[in-house]
Ligand binder design. Structure first.
Ligand SMILES: *Cc1c(COP(=O)(O)O)cnc(C)c1O
Length: 384
């Protein structure tokens, strides 16, 4: 629950806006750093989850590297304190300009997703007279058991290199002088809550790592991506993901060789729970079998429910009336513009403030101006 004294402070602010609880953010970063530090694991924050400058500065100053999926994310990471030597650039469709930018700044690694991309990077690097450090983004064929739109580790997905392509990849690699293989990269999906999935990942990574060693390639880095899920139903009780258990799985099962370093790319796990979308009730409307609370935030502000049928806990911050059920919907002209169905809330009236919780990841970064709506702003708990 958002604290009562805060509610008084935010009551007058123009809605909708993202509210970021900086205590939760700092505590999450602290725990992640502590648990990863036990094993010397390296963290690269996935910028696409939330790229607010203030949040990026906090994460970079905690020593994280950055995982970027566009040229602008690489630029943003550099501008907000991430060292070039700790920036990874992944993505299935990088443009030549984006690749040149990455090569120009000498970032840590470009994660390559196809043989054709290797050729393109090699020729750009040779034009620029540099060597490109690359990692191979590999599809380990591990099912993340998450929503199909956020599954990326299966052979039917568009991402990465498949195991049957390995011979061709190595043959190509031997023929390209401006590439240096630095790592093997795996990212199988997002919002993974079953640690057994990461156990399967470890087994596949071990097999694949061994195969590459047998071919004469011992890479410096094994990067197991992000994907650790958060508890959307209990944002207060479980505000910090169980990093100890998560890293423990890798510590128990992954077989690093020689000086290999293990890298992670958490996005959601770092920022989801610190953010809430705060919105105001415009109208309450009775309908057949249901009652709508129509709020001033829409799917353009937070698209996750419309895009992946995702659940967010919804709370009325200002009413203490008798509990009733509401469908909480936005003003956008789409029926999928619905934040929650049959949400139990105290009696809700025009003007009440509503919090849509766990919205710090893939909330503000996915916002659009659909319907020509204004973008929601942001409010930080340590600035009010
Ligand atoms: C999106 C993404 C991540 C972060 O995923 P989370 O589920 O937010 O932890 C990590 N690595 C890559 C390559 C990604 O595309």
């Amino acid at each position: 629950m958002i604290k009562t004294d805060i509610i008084e402070k935010i009551r007058q602010i123009h809605t909708p806006f993202y509210y970021y609880n900086m205590e939760v953010l700092n505590a999450t970063i602290g725990r992640c750093t502590l648990e990863a530090g036990r094993y010397g694991y390296r963290m690269h924050y996935a910028l696409k989850a939330n790229s607010n400058p203030k949040i990026l500065k906090i994460i970079s100053s905690a020593g994280f590297g950055a995982d970027c999926v566009s040229g602008n994310e690489v630029k943003s990471a550099l501008e907000h304190g991430f060292q070039a030597g700790k920036i990874m650039f992944a993505g299935v469709g990088k443009t030549d300009d984006e690749l040149r930018l990455a090569l120009n700044h000498g970032i840590q690694s470009i994660n390559v997703e196809s043989v054709q991309e290797m050729e393109v990077i090699n020729s750009l690097a040779s034009e620029m007279g540099v060597k490109a450090r690359i990692s191979l983004r590999i599809i380990p064929n591990v099912d993340a058991h998450t929503h199909r739109y956020i599954t990326t580790g299966l052979e039917e997905n568009k991402f990465g290199i498949l195991t049957w392509q390995f011979d061709a990849v190595l043959e190509k690699l031997r023929s390209l002088d401006n590439l240096e293989l630095q790592g093997l990269h795996f990212h199988i999906g997002s919002q993974i809550t079953d640690l057994a999935v990461f156990k399967s990942l470890c087994e596949r990574v071990n097999e694949i790592n061994t195969w590459f060693m047998e071919q004469g390639y011992l890479t410096d880095i094994i990067n197991v991506g992000g994907g650790l899920g958060v508890d959307y139903s209990e944002p207060d009780k479980c505000s910090i993901p169980d990093f100890a258990a998560y890293f423990g799985v890798f510590h128990d099962l992954i077989e690093l060789q020689g000086h290999q370093q293990l890298h992670f790319e958490p996005g959601r796990a770092i920022v989801a729970q610190c953010g809430s979308l705060i919105t105001r009730v415009l109208f309450v409307k009775e309908a057949v079998n249901t009652r709508f609370a129509i709020v001033d935030a829409g799917m353009n502000d937070l698209i996750r429910p419309a895009l992946y049928q995702s659940y967010h806990k919804i709370e009325n911050l200002t009413s203490t009336g008798e509990k009733r059920k509401y469908d909480v919907v936005g003003p956008v002209c789409e029926s999928s513009d619905c934040f929650g169905k049959a949400v139990v809330m105290p009696e809700t009236r025009r003007g009440d403030l509503i919090a849509i919780r766990s919205a710090g990841a893939y909330g503000q970064t996915m916002a659009s101006r659909y319907n020509l709506r204004d973008l929601a702003g942001e409010v930080y708990s340590d600035e009010i």
